[in-house]
Design a binder for this molecule. Structure first.
Ligand code: NAP
Length: 419
């Protein structure tokens, strides 16, 4: 391997995942960077590695792990939060996985997660939300939930264009808005904080493109654009309009709108065709509860995606289970939805399922669907057997409480038995 890094070791064995003609090209022995992460990352990171190793081996492959560092472990080793070597390795080796990173509260600390997504241009946060048999849920029939949420990761009110009350900057923006743009009676008198919400055609279209491609490749019925365009016409409304425009421009034969579905196809989409529809965000939050099975893939601006992914995740068992990945063109960084839960750090206690199932997304993106299915089935069988970590054990009757490492070891055994 020719790559040179000052601070991290590249494994002697293994090959690089590459990206050619818009596709990842994956060897059977890829080098995969992993950040265990802060807090409970030291528990769930190794647990996930053991399960992913078992699934790879059971399907005739081998993962060559490359430990890279960010957050507390990077500060201890290199006295910096996010070493260039780490970012370069994630960029070069393309497909990787990370545990949670702590963002200290207070001014001056930028989220390392946000920094990583920006530096690697991982513009879609993707969260598959499906129910595993045996996982306790607050809804009557959690099995109806089987959605994949695509949340735009780089713009909207998260772009960070904000001005603090009392500063010269906010005074300038206020003056421009009131005097130049004519919104003279809109902002109340007195101190004001102002944020700017950019939603671009470029950012919208690449996100919606990724969502439609996913739906087509995975035989999903629909992609729903979730927006608040009735109120924010030129930002969220534009997201909806650009979403439909992209579908019509780039997938004219493979997508239909809801109107076309009824006018031209009697409500039944032809095989291989995805219905593109839209819903207003507040309505969507109730639709996921009341008409769960009518939704498949959702494409959302950043803030809507934040709210909706968590609400959907709660329906299928919450944080210990919820997997995710940040995906750009030719790059994947899988990560659980949960944070570093510092009070449980190093106790071999928490549920590693979210990290393991994030690894499952990584395996799917490598094109190893057989290995990914083994992981899902084994986690589901383990939870159905009620041999679970504390978070699930406290919610199911007759459950047996296992440590993180015991839970993972039993999943490995199940994979080996099934292989
Ligand atoms: P959190 O770390 O997700 O933990 C909140 C609670 O969720 C825990 O106390 C625990 O609930 C439950 N939980 C989380 N992970 C679990 C697991 N694997 N198994 C079982 N239960 C689990 O959220 P937080 O306390 O708000 O955030 C802590 C730090 O993580 C912050 O610095 C935050 O910025 C960071 N964070 C990082 C990421 C990321 O890296 N992507 C994401 C979110 C937050 P119980 O107490 O009920 O057992």
């Amino acid at each position: 391997m020719s790559s040179e890094y000052d601070q991290i070791e590249v494994p002697d064995e293994g090959s690089k995942v590459t990206y050619e003609d818009g596709e990842l090209v994956v060897p059977d022995d890829p080098i995969i960077p992993i950040i265990h992460g802060d807090g409970i990352g030291t528990d769930v990171g190794p647990a996930a590695q053991s399960v992913l190793n078992a699934a790879a081996e059971a399907t005739g492959r081998e993962i060559n792990w490359m430990r890279v560092y960010a957050g507390e472990t990077a500060r201890e080793r290199y006295d910096e939060n996010l070493p260039d070597d780490t970012v370069d390795a994630l960029r070069e080796f393309r497909v990787s996985i990370k545990g949670p990173l702590t963002t200290p509260v207070g001014a001056g600390f930028r989220s390392l997660n946000v920094a990583l997504r920006k530096k690697l241009d991982l513009y879609a946060n993707v969260r598959p939300t499906y129910h595993l048999d045996g996982v306790p849920s607050p809804v009557k029939d959690p099995s109806e939930m089987d959605m994949v949420n695509f949340r735009e990761n780089t713009e909207d009110v998260y772009a960070g264009i904000e001005f603090d009350a009392g500063t010269d900057e906010v005074a300038q923006v206020r003056e421009f808005v009131e005097e130049e743009m004519g919104f003279d009676a809109t902002i109340h008198d007195g101190p004001v904080g102002i944020g700017i919400k950019p939603i671009t055609e470029f950012g919208t279209k690449r996100l919606v493109r990724q969502a439609i491609e996913y739906a087509l490749e995975n035989d999903r019925d629909s992609v729903t654009l979730v927006h608040k365009g009735n109120i924010m016409k030129f930002t969220e409304g534009a997201f909806r309009d650009w979403g439909y425009e992209l579908a019509a421009e780039e997938f004219p034969e493979r997508t239909v709108t809801e109107d076309e579905l009824w006018d031209e196809h009697d409500g039944e989409a032809p095989p291989g065709v995805v219905v593109v529809k839209d819903r207003i965000a507040d309505n969507m939050l109730q639709q996921i509860l009341t008409r769960t099975d009518q939704y498949d893939v959702l494409a959302m601006p950043n803030l809507n995606g934040d709210y909706l992914s968590d609400a959907a995740g709660a329906q299928i068992g919450g944080l210990g289970i919820a997997p995710g990945a940040n995906i750009g063109d030719g790059r994947v960084l899988a990560e659980p939805v949960h944070g570093s839960a510092p009070k449980y750090a190093g106790q071999d206690k928490v549920n590693p399922s979210a990290m393991i199932l994030s690894g499952r997304i990584m395996l799917e993106r490598l094109g190893w669907d057989d290995a990914a299915d083994l992981v899902r089935d084994a986690v589901e069988a383990q939870i159905s057997a009620k041999r679970v970590t504390y978070d699930i054990e406290r919610q199911v009757e007759g459950g047996e409480k296992l440590a993180t490492s015991e839970f993972a070891a039993e999943i490995v055994e199940r994979i080996e038995e099934r292989a």
